[in-house]
Write a protein that binds this ligand. Sequence first.
Ligand SMILES: NC(=O)c1ccc[n+]([C@@H]2O[C@H](COP(=O)([O-])OP(=O)(O)OC[C@H]3O[C@@H](n4cnc5c(N)ncnc54)[C@H](OP(=O)(O)O)[C@@H]3O)[C@@H](O)[C@H]2O)c1
Length: 301
Amino acid sequence: MRAARYHDYGSADVLAVEDVPEPHAGPGEIRIKVTAASVNPVDWKLRSGAGRAAFPVAFPAIPGRDAAGVVDEVGPDVTGVTVGDRVFGLGGLFGASAEYATLTAWAPVPDPWTLEQAAGAGLAVATAGRGLDALGDLSGRTLLIEAAAGGVGSAAVAMAVARGAVVIGTASEGKHAFLRGLGAVPTTYGEGLAGRVRELAPGGVDLALDAAASGSLADLVAITGSADRVVTVADAARAAELGVRHYYAENDSTVLAEGAALGARGGYAPYLAATYPLDRIAEAHREAELGHTQGKIVVTL
Ligand SMILES: NC(=O)c1ccc[n+]([C@@H]2O[C@H](COP(=O)([O-])OP(=O)(O)OC[C@H]3O[C@@H](n4cnc5c(N)ncnc54)[C@H](OP(=O)(O)O)[C@@H]3O)[C@@H](O)[C@H]2O)c1
């Protein structure tokens, strides 16, 4: 099968499309014929070697944590899904940017989404859901989301609004209309955030979710009044210093089903900033690495 691969750490230039052996669905897994795979920050952090202390890469590596496509193999012990179903979901840290990929968590693609959009939902929804779950009951709570227009942030806004929160989201001004469309009250990030948020929420901010890793975690603690009221999915190092909880996404089909159900009733439609054919995956990585993606970037197979 065709897959993007790299044989050493480096810039996006190390990515090449090669012929590689197909994976097969093991116990608890399904295999999909991939329509599109997501490009996530973890893909270029692993590829560049920036994450090698915690997550050393076994070469050659196929980048890609999540994808969408059509089920073509169902592994032993798997129920509730059949060959031909359209699904999106998560595999391991690698393997999704390929013609075939195995998944261990998945959900049906809701009717309003294309398969390309669904490819952008897996890790975003799983991460957003993990962070929001940790913040507890959101009904009637005012929640500040840092980096609200990115892949994780935009999923978190939609899910938090659906859970009953009043959401204030940060992004640069050009993305404020996008945030309003998701149901958030937008503001800019950076210096003076506390003052801007105070004007938008005179009654105070109850909770905050950080998806930025921009160095603002201490500000989020000050704005909410306590490290207990803040969760980050992006900044493990500062979280440890400040006593803030940090979470990784889990391969959890239940939270993917929540995202899909929200999509089915029009509450969340993954926004695609760009779609690249697999042959141009290096460009997709370069664009993602700039750190200003609105929604998601995907590669198509
Ligand atoms: N824990 C996990 O399991 C997990 C899973 C997925 C992702 N993550 C991490 O979560 C973070 C977000 O992931 P993602 O996929 O959503 O990334 P992303 O899509 O690349 O995020 C891009 C967004 O970040 C915003 N941004 C850039 N600089 C900012 C700043 N200084 N303050 C606030 N927002 C800023 C940008 O807004 P503007 O363009 O308006 O500047 C843009 O919309 C990354 O650090 C990623 O590594 C963790």
